[in-house]
Design a binder for this molecule. Structure first.
Ligand code: COA
Length: 203
């Protein structure tokens, strides 16, 4: 008889993905990410300001309204978090389209990893999972991701993950005394399927 595996979609190799809860600890985590200037300026056109709790609470509502809005978590070790199942280290979202745009089956990824966990492969792993979720679960056709031209590490990462560089909105961002381009990447469902096949993954 073929082996039946339990279907557990909310994890990847090392990470667990869970909803944001109405708990002070989750607001505090979102606030810790949002008040980090590197995270704010790396992913948003908004004028950099000291982040208030009110703004972070509003950002929490934005996460909840996304097509997919999840906290990226590590399984908690006994030493790290005694009473909790997971330790949040980042936020990943697939933005929702308005209902009149839903037939385009398109979305955009936003991602932030907490400073102390960057550069350990977690961002790449979470983006790969969001692509799987978007194409395989949410039936998307196109997933984009963008960054600013000073974020060269993020650009290298998106190219390594197989996103196609679509071009740039030239000098669309004024930041820290200079103009910067917004660089746009995307992946289409056929490209993702091809990558999965090449990697010998079941889809
Ligand atoms: C960009 C980001 C999501 C990548 O996640 P990550 O877990 O650090 O990335 P990974 O470890 O999977 O991949 C490492 C790559 O990310 C790059 N990277 C981008 N920003 C980085 C940062 N602030 N710290 C460490 N690595 C970063 C690294 O340069 C590395 O590429 P390289 O090996 O070619 O140098 C994360 O660094 C982050 O949240 N940065 C701040 C906010 C931001 O820029 N968000 C994305 C905007 S589109």
């Amino acid at each position: 008889m073929p082996e039946t595996r339990p279907f557990d979609p909310f994890h990847s190799e090392r990470l667990i993905y869970r909803a944001v809860n109405d708990e002070p600890a989750d607001i505090a985590f979102i606030h810790s990410i949002q008040r980090d200037a590197e995270a704010q300026s790396g992913s948003s056109y908004s004028l950099l300001k000291p982040e208030s709790i009110k703004a972070s609470t509003e950002f929490k509502s934005h996460i909840e309204k996304c097509l997919l809005g999840a906290l990226i978590c590590l399984p908690a070790t006994r030493l790290a978090e005694k009473d909790k199942e997971t330790l949040p280290i980042g936020i990943v979202c697939l933005k929702a389209s308005p209902p009149s745009h839903a037939h385009h089956r398109s979305s955009d990824i936003s991602i932030d990893i907490a400073k102390e966990y960057r550069g350990q492969g977690y961002g790449g792993e979470a983006i790969r999972w969001a692509l799987w979720y978007g194409f395989q679960m949410a039936g998307l056709h196109r997933i984009s991701i963008g960054t600013f031209s000073f974020n060269t590490g993020a650009m290298r990462l998106y190219e390594r993950l197989g996103f196609v560089n679509e071009g740039r909105h030239r000098e669309s961002m004024w930041f820290n005394g200079g103009w910067h381009d917004h660089v746009v990447y995307s992946m289409l469902e056929d490209e993702w399927l091809e990558d999965q096949r090449k990697a010998g993954k079941e889809v």
